[in-house]
Design a protein around this ligand. Structure first.
Ligand SMILES: [Zn+2]
Ligand SMILES: [Zn+2]
Ligand SMILES: [Zn+2]
Length: 453
């Protein structure tokens, strides 16, 4: 019997981890290397780690040293790991996938590989052949794969691999893979928990722009912080795809990627979706307009494209919706929703990866995303207001090329006119809304060339 003030005996780590529920919750937070280091400390823990199927359900190899291909130069004797292995029988792909193949065969020998349902290979050397094996071979059982910012990944080959995996004649029950993180940036490393060091490293960083005074830096940082807080509050979520974040994907994906996403629709989800703007729909878009042969018609057909711009939860400035209607988690098809970052730790389902986490627990906000072509002349890159095709036909000015627009602006400026674009016809000019941002920019830039210089 315990007396009220007698402390309970403290349980050992092994005892805590032997509870499978606790282990399942904790394991994904531990770096894979730490997990195996822990396993090496006692026979009991080794058995626990190697035999509990849930322990490496989420396998993040992005920080594991032995998964990284070393690029050490040839040593004085001309012998290096690389040179030894670069014989004729080894292809380049085989060389770059060597470290990961080694880890996979180790895990396979311990009967652990098939337990991996979520695999994170961000930033590593991952040739397309290796992705093919992960998707196609029976020794793998991966549902969610993250290959963001990887090296030596041939995109064309990867597209072929994916199209083959989703071919209409594929065997039933394949592919096992349900989601791929590929287009977005990799998840940031957890923030250091010592604020003093964090502050120091920020101040010493040379890459923080031209503002050198501490006040200016604090101001800039505060602006950045308050604008992300405002964005999150408006969208009711921290998920960037649901905020008016603007361009979400640094490098615009090729049209081949758009075709690949179309082929994978409903089978494999990605951390990006196809733009559903009305101009991509061949049944509603104008194919050709003979009256304006030199300029594309504002509603002319556009090829499939990946949506790269997050427009926020408010919808079109005029009607607060959009012609294609927004995607809503739980209500619209899952293929309309991108996988969200970070990769979920405790689930390998597409539902968990697509579910936006609202700050107040309310229902999911609507998702408005578009490709850049659909937004040309109808989206302000500064304040992120935009107008849908139903509310604004766009202007011929917006259809001009950038050079034509600049010439047009110079013409008007030399006439001394300030209100250059008739408000009633043009809402967005050169990426800025005419109503507020363009006027503000021209006033600020008067005499100093501003953004036009
Ligand atoms: Zn509208
Ligand atoms: Zn589009
Ligand atoms: Zn604006």
């Amino acid at each position: 019997m315990h007396l009220p003030h007698e402390p309970l005996p403290s349980p050992s780590l092994a005892c805590i981890l032997s509870n499978s529920l606790v282990l399942r919750q904790i394991a994904p937070y531990l770096p894979t290397a730490s997990l195996f280091a822990l396993a090496a400390t006692s026979k009991y823990l080794r058995q626990l780690v190697h035999e509990a199927p849930d322990v490496i359900r989420h396998l993040d190899l992005s920080t594991v040293k032995s998964a990284i291909v070393s690029y050490e130069p040839l040593d004085s004797g001309g012998i290096s790991w690389r040179a030894e292995r670069m014989d004729e029988s080894l292809t380049e792909d085989e060389f770059y996938s060597g470290p990961l193949r080694g880890i996979f065969s180790k895990l396979e020998r311990r009967h652990m590989l098939r337990n991996v349902h979520t695999m994170v290979l961000d930033g590593l050397s991952v040739p397309a052949d290796l992705v093919r094996e992960i998707i196609a071979e029976d020794r793998f059982n991966v549902r969610i794969l993250s290959i963001r910012e990887t090296k030596h990944l041939n995109e064309r080959k990867l597209q072929q691999v994916l199209r083959y995996a989703v071919r209409p004649s594929r065997p039933a029950g394949t592919p096992r893979i349900k989601g791929i993180y590929l287009f977005g940036p990799r998840d940031p490393a957890p923030a250091p928990n010592t604020p003093v060091e964090k502050k120091k490293s920020r101040q010493s960083s040379p890459a923080r722009g031209v503002t050198s005074s501490q006040g200016a830096q604090i101001g800039a940082e505060w602006n950045q912080k308050s604008s992300s807080a405002l964005n999150a509050a408006l969208a009711k979520t921290d998920d960037k795809w649901y905020q008016s974040s603007g361009k979400m994907i640094a490098k615009r994906p090729s049209s081949d990627w758009a075709e690949t996403l179309k082929a994978c629709e409903g089978i494999i989800a990605f951390d990006a979706v196809l733009c559903r703007g009305p101009r991509h729909d061949p049944t509603t878009a104008f194919v050709q307009d003979p009256s304006t042969p030199s300029l594309p018609h504002p509603a002319s057909y556009l090829n499939p494209a990946v949506a790269t711009v997050a427009l926020g939860p408010a919808g079109c400035e005029a009607c607060h919706s959009c012609p294609e209607s927004p995607a809503v988690f739980g209500l619209t098809p899952s293929s309309w929703l991108p996988l969200l970052s970070p990769v979920p730790l405790h689930s390998s389902s597409i539902r968990a990866a697509q579910m936006p986490r609202t700050l107040d627990g309310s229902k999911a906000p609507p998702l408005y995303v578009r490709c850049e072509d659909c937004l040309k002349g109808r989206w302000c890159e500064r304040c992120h207001k935009w107008w849908g095709e139903d509310c604004y036909t766009g202007s011929t000015v917006a259809q001009r090329t950038e050079l034509q627009q600049t010439e047009f602006m110079e013409d008007v400026e030399s006439n001394g006119a300030k209100c250059v674009v008739p408000k009633q016809t043009t809402k967005v000019h050169m990426g800025l809304c005419v109503e507020s941002c363009l006027v503000g920019e021209m006033e600020a830039g008067a005499g100093s060339n501003g953004m036009w210089g």
